[in-house]
Ligand binder design. Structure first.
Ligand code: AMP
Length: 282
């Protein structure tokens, strides 16, 4: 594995591969790898001849007052892990190499970004789309793998790729969880003991919604109310940011669960915002 910090060098390396007829897979990350990231790499590895893992804590997707400076980092461990999963390149540019001081071009998918996490993190998905578009232009991947943990992000990237004709296939990786159901996240290290003990209730609550839906409950409002009650009772250390029942593709709020509906939640703990989702099926 080689580590590349210069965007132009990544572009040259990937261009040379393509000229040799080699295909490229890309896994974009912000690092501090856990088993979720590794699952993305394992998924991507057999999909192409070459695997590029990017590690970039993208400043433009953090709002003022968010945790850009304190985002957990461990570049050496990350490099060893990426290499162990068969990455050919670890791309870890310094922020100044990705954004000119007068950078002013942005990609937005406002329709899909206005709700859910976008409502409480204005500008977040604009930063995500812009950096992912830049990574696509640098690596020119045939396929890129994203996690379903960030379902809204995945839906937005798919829409951006469709709308702007990026020649890349997007693959989705199911959520990797702790044994007790908590979705893995780099920010989980910030949970204190009591919060960590309650955090699996997010998953428990989502599973309860599936049971209610399977039992015939179709009303999104009643499902949302049931989840609020569950969190009031079992997750008192968390403050609910949103509980939403939406169309899995358009992310439009649903009033009734028909066939497939995405239940998505965000809960603010003291030092970490936790998100999770579940595809309800009836
Ligand atoms: P991040 O480093 O948190 O920006 O995440 C990089 C990629 O890993 C994104 O596509 C995430 O959706 C994905 N990811 C993060 N956590 C998980 C998880 N627990 N299971 C599956 N994918 C994940």
């Amino acid at each position: 594995m080689i580590t590349i910090q210069d965007p132009k060098e990544l572009q040259a390396v990937c261009r040379a591969w393509r000229a040799q007829g080699l295909s490229v897979a890309l896994v974009p990350t912000m690092g501090y790898f856990h088993a979720g990231h590794l699952a993305l790499m394992d998924r991507a590895r057999p999909l192409a001849d070459r695997l590029v893992v990017s590690l970039f804590v993208n400043p433009t997707q953090f709002g003022p007052g968010e945790d850009l400076d304190s985002y957990p980092r461990d570049p050496e461990r990350d490099a060893a892990l990426a290499e162990s999963r068969g990455a050919d390149v670890l791309f870890s540019p310094p922020p100044g190499a990705m954004y000119a001081p007068d950078h002013g071009t942005w990609i937005e998918v406002p329709d899909l970004a206005k709700g859910l996490c976008g409502a409480s993190r204005p500008g977040h998905f604009r930063g995500v789309c812009t950096v992912v578009a830049k990574l696509f232009h640098l690596a020119g991947p045939d396929v890129a793998v994203f996690g379903e943990k960030d379902w809204q992000q995945l839906a937005i990237i798919r829409r951006m790729v469709r709308d702007l004709d990026f020649p890349v296939r997007i693959e989705a990786q199911p959520i990797v969880r702790e044994a007790d159901g908590l979705a893995l996240s780099s920010r989980n290290v910030r949970l204190d003991e009591a919060e960590r003990a309650q955090a699996p209730q997010i998953r428990q609550g989502l599973l309860m919604l599936q049971e209610l839906a399977s039992g015939g409950e179709r009303s999104a409002a009643r499902l949302q109310a049931a989840l609020h009650e569950h969190f009031d009772a079992h997750l008192p250390l968390g403050e609910v940011d949103y509980i939403a029942i939406v169309d899995p593709v358009t992310l439009a709020p649903l009033s009734e669960v028909r066939k497939k509906a995405l239940a998505a939640v965000a809960v603010q703990m003291k030092n970490a915002r936790l998100i999770d989702n579940f595809l309800l099926e009836v």
